[in-house]
Design a protein around this ligand. Sequence first.
Ligand SMILES: [Zn+2]
Length: 285
Amino acid sequence: MRIRVGTAGLPRLAQGKGYLRGLKMLRQLGLDLLEIEFVRGVTLSEREAEEVGKLACRLDVMLTIHAPYYVNFCSEKVSVREQSYERVKTCLRYSKILNARYVVVHAGYYMSYGPSRCKRIIVEYMRRLAKYIDEEDVPARIAVETMGKDEQFGTLDEIIDVCTEVGIGYVVPCIDWAHIYLRNRGHIDYVQVLSLVRSRLPDLRELHMHFTGLTLDSGKLDDQHDVIDTDRPPLRPLAEALYLFRNQFNEVSIVCESPLLERDALKIKRVISEVFSCRDSLGKT
Ligand SMILES: [Zn+2]
């Protein structure tokens, strides 16, 4: 299993230096994944994107795109849903220029529709986007993210339902571990989550993930990102779970979303490689 680790947006030390220099710096740090943050809209021209895509390919850095936060496929307003569709479509168009692997999407809030109707609407939109993927020969898949708040669409089960209905050639889960931890009120069972993905999506060979620590706000777990050293959620058990599933997936990509982007991305890499080499050497004796 290849494990790629990278940052959500350019590493801190490369910020303000542009994507081309930033990509080189990211690679020099030993990272091989970059999630381009179009969370407040697209920030690259098509020409720039083409250059970024070429360089990333040369450096063997996997690119992914995070779609805008202003996406809500479950809004009561048709105009908001259609704008959401257009925003994701734009990201898919850019994914083709960048040769990005995933377009990560926060699908929406239940609003007045409730979970099951919301799911039906999301499936409908994902099918429309799948049609666009086919028509335009888009290489990326839409990665629908597990969400942390109770009012958001995005339990793991819901997302797997959408993937199953639309097909994993188009829609896959983005496992945001901090969000799952938050939604579970500070509990996480990595093995259980990976087992569920494996059993419900048996043909899925690549898995995209987000990892960050979370803050405590007056003793209560909060959606604000914090450094990984908080251990909320803990990192080492994730590395151990990945080791258990090392033959189950061909590739796992982990985007670090902590405020200490590259420092913590390197920590993720280090802890995983410690766990893997330790287990491997145990296995050989
Ligand atoms: Zn996200």
